[in-house]
Every structure is written in structure tokens, then in C-alpha cells.
Design a protein around this ligand. Structure first.
Ligand SMILES: [Zn+2]
Length: 275
């Protein structure tokens, strides 16, 4: 079941499409068990990061915006997806109710429920939605670098399925009242997050700008999915400073608990605490 919360007048339903597991030392290549000793709260009993494929359905005055779509109905590398539509249904949302689908980026674990196989072609999962992502993502994924693509998944086919309903949404774009895009490149060339703002309250939903809360404490660590780790860390720092400027709430696609959290300071370091 998903979680519901409010940001001013915006209503948010956070659901997960499934779960993934990866050892912390594998996800953050080059890190050691010793380094993880003080960060064990982010690992399960088997020493693995256990992470949801979070998707956020935001209702802005009746307009329903879905942020990211999860992994889709597949099982790969021990990652299992495919729960999104049932989770939305449990929250009273049908695919045809969704007005906009915004993807933070087009990695497989975020675009898996954009379109599903339908004979030779693929068919849009959310038939009435406008599909949106940044120029950087649009330019990259029609012919993706094999290092970023997942074997067996055809981006061209997926993007073709929604190209008639596609609109660019770059940094600063308004997706719906109170839902704005914030560019955070690095994880992928055109990666972006979303800022929710209403009634003087703000919340940041950051996709994979930050993959795991441990990165607030270990701000140099870059996860295995980061295409440009240096740029990704600069985007992380810029987003965190913006969040700290007014004490906004934040979460990201693979943070635990399907909840927002606060960025706090202790012993000279930042850390993330769920609310
Ligand atoms: Zn991801």
C-alpha cells in the first residue's frame, strides 16, 4: 500500500512498483565493509541496500501528475517490478485518470510502465496522459549509449509509443500548478527532479539525483548508475543547498519508506531523516 501526504494543497500518493536489492559495496563501487560499518542503518541484515522503485502521484487541483513509473512487469538482476497499476488502483487511481507522466530520467527502473508490449509495438499504459521529460533525456535515449541501456529493452519502441503525446519539460517548466521541474544532470545527461510548492511549503522529489540517503553523509560517493559522477554530485549539492534554504522536505526514487524527509545537520555532516 502506498502512503499519502500533503504539501500545502497538493495531495501526494507515494507507491512502489517493486523492490531491488544490491550489496552496499557493489552499488557504491570501491566502498568497503569498514566504510559501511557506521552506515548500517541503510542496509538490511544481509548487508544489502533494499530499495523501492517509488512513483509519486501528485494531485494539483484535480490534475493528476505521475512522477516516474518504476521498473515495469519484469524481474531482472534480482529486481522485481510491476506493482504500480495495482498500487494506484488501491489508491483509487485508474490509468486513464492520469493527466501527465513526468520521468526524472529514462533508466529502465523509471520508464518500465510508460508503455507495455502490445504485439509488435508497444502501447501507452496511461492512455490520456501527456508524457514529459527533458530535452537532454529525449536526445539521449532514442539511440542510448549501450553502457546506460539495459539489454533486451527497446527504448525506441517505448518512446515511439508515446511520441504523439510527448512534450519537453526542462528546468523551470511548470508541469501543473505547484509542480515545477528542477534540472539535476549527471546521473543521466538530462536528469531532473520536481519541486512541489503550495501554501508556503515545498517538497523536492529528486529521482536519482541522490540514489541513497547515505550520500548525504558521504557526499563524494556515486552510485553505479551515475553516468557522470562528478556532475551528479554537483547537482546533488546544488539541490541540497536549495532544500536547506527554507527547510523544504525531500525524498528520491530509491529512498526507503515511500515518505518525505528532512535534511538535518549533525557532527558537521548532513543526514536525512524520514518524517
Ligand atoms: Zn533509479
Amino acid at each position: 500500500m502506498g502512503n499519502r501526504f500533503k504539501v500545502g494543497d497538493l495531495e501526494v500518493l507515494a507507491v512502489s512498483d517493486g523492490l531491488g536489492f544490491t550489496p552496499g559495496t557493489v552499488y557504491f563501487r570501491g566502498t568497503t565493509d569498514e566504510q559501511w560499518e557506521k552506515h548500517k542503518r541503510w542496509l538490511n541484515h544481509a548487508g544489502q541496500l533494499e530499495f523501492p522503485f517509488s512513483c509519486f502521484l501528485v494531485d494539483s487541483g484535480g490534475r493528476k501528475v505521475l512522477i516516474d513509473t518504476g521498473l515495469g512487469p519484469v524481474n531482472m538482476f534480482g529486481f522485481t517490478g510491476g506493482a504500480l497499476l495495482d498500487e494506484l488502483a488501491a489508491g483509487g487511481v485508474r490509468p486513464e485518470d492520469v493527466d501527465v507522466v513526468f520521468l526524472t530520467h529514462l533508466h529502465i527502473d523509471h520508464c518500465g510502465n510508460v508503455a507495455h508490449d502490445d504485439g509488435e509495438a508497444m502501447k501507452a499504459v496511461f492512455p490520456n496522459a501527456t508524457y514529459r521529460w527533458t530535452t537532454g533525456e529525449e536526445e539521449f535515449w532514442w539511440e542510448p549509449d549501450p553502457r546506460a541501456a539495459t539489454p533486451g529493452f527497446d527504448w525506441k519502441k517505448m518512446m515511439a509509443a508515446v511520441s504523439g503525446r510527448f512534450e519537453i519539460a526542462d528546468d523551470g517548466a511548470v508541469i501543473a500548478p505547484g509542480i515545477n521541474v528542477i534540472g539535476t544532470p549527471g546521473h543521466t545527461p538530462g536528469h531532473a527532479g520536481v519541486i512541489l510548492s503550495s501554501q508556503g511549503k515545498r517538497a523536492f522529489i529528486l529521482g536519482d539525483t541522490i540514489s541513497c540517503p547515505v550520500q548525504l553523509e558521504e557526499s563524494e560517493w556515486s552510485g553505479m548508475g551515475d553516468m557522470d559522477g562528478g556532475l551528479a554530485r554537483r547537482s546533488q549539492e546544488a539541490a541540497l543547498r536549495e532544500i536547506e534554504s527554507d527547510g523544504a522536505l525531500m525524498t528520491a526514487a530509491h529512498f526507503p519508506g515511500l515518505t518525505l524527509g528532512r535534511v538535518l545537520q549533525g557532527e558537521g555532516k548532513r543526514y536525512w531523516e524520514a518524517v
